[in-house]
Design a protein around this ligand. Sequence first.
Ligand SMILES: *Cc1c(COP(=O)(O)O)cnc(C)c1O
Length: 417
Amino acid sequence: MFGSPGYLEKSDPEVYGLIAREENRQQNVLEMIASENHTSPAVLAAAGSCLTNKYAEGLPGKRYYGGCEQVDQIETLAIQRCKDLFGCDHVNVQPHSGAQANMAVYFASLQAGDTALAMDLAHGGHLSHGFKINFSGKLYNFVSYGVKEDTQTIDYDQVNALAKAHKPKLIVCGASAYPRKIDFDKLAEIAHSNGAKILADIAHVAGLVCTGLHPDPIPVCDYVTSTTHKTLRGPRGGITMCKDENTRAINSAVFPGMQGGPLCHIVAAKAVAFGEALKPEFKTYMEQVLKNCNALAEELVSKGFSLCSGGSDNHLILLDLRPYDANLTGAQAEDLLGLGGIVVNKNLLPFDTRKAMDASGVRIGTPALTTRGLKEDHMRQIANWIDKLLSSQGDQKVISQVRSETQELCQQFPLPA
Ligand SMILES: *Cc1c(COP(=O)(O)O)cnc(C)c1O
């Protein structure tokens, strides 16, 4: 019934072989890229289903194509489950990705050339928050705020001062590489008292928000966007939530404003993921993500590493490599850890003096490994390996010793099946 790997193997061994190798890679590395996760087989089944064949421009009950009986029910289910999960007034589940979810809000709330305020990329923001060569930076006049140099936490006074000075129509908050809680109440108050609307982009922390483990932007923010594939552990995609009064503007920004037909197979997979996230087990999972991140952070600090902002209260940490080894770049650290079977990404630090391709930091997250069942003791072991690899100076013996140990741990904790 669903997409059959056996069939692909026969009909296109070349593509099949590459996918099989990727599955093997995922099975045999410790995936610690903070934005990645391992979906359930149920999410994969929906994403690989015949729904990819269906056109359904429009919304349930108001389509521009026939034959939408099933996809109407599927999208309605995805919408209802998402509302139950986040308690939002309205959601559009069609954005193809997180960047598209943000685009919908910009199209609904701004005109080309309008001013908006968002977090600087080097301070943890995202490309779609006004980066110069991203559509957001090209179409709108984005001004950026950042973190304080001493605490490396968001400078709320600066946000307020910039809002007074630049009179933005929209303030964007939410981040890709920020290890601390974000005070949505305070940011919403700043936005509204300065005549601006506010968008909270919870692409990273959505799983924590819907389980009550992170402050909730839904009651106070005009718009809330998210990806569905990070902590939320669904298929690659986006969602745009809003207050009732913005429903029409958001829906028409998504279609026909910026997209054609929805990806019906992905909408179905989103419904499956929302269903999973509504179960009590998902909260237990997210709690373990936090416990694991804490254990990892503490052990790294005890090994002499510095963490941006001194620690973490979410699913990720930002390792500041400079005090540990002034000559080691984020790029070199990413390579060394990769050779040992630990997959991470280099990351700019706030006020970094290196370029983005080198960077002085590494971002490390625990969502994917927690899905595989790893616990605090494993995190302490991983901190040990990180220390060994980053102090190895590329010594092959050290690297291959660690590689065989990480491989063994991977074998003990198979991907969800
Ligand atoms: C990941 C991320 C996005 C974009 O997601 P894509 O699906 O890659 O487009 C948007 N905003 C933030 C804060 C993110 O971390």
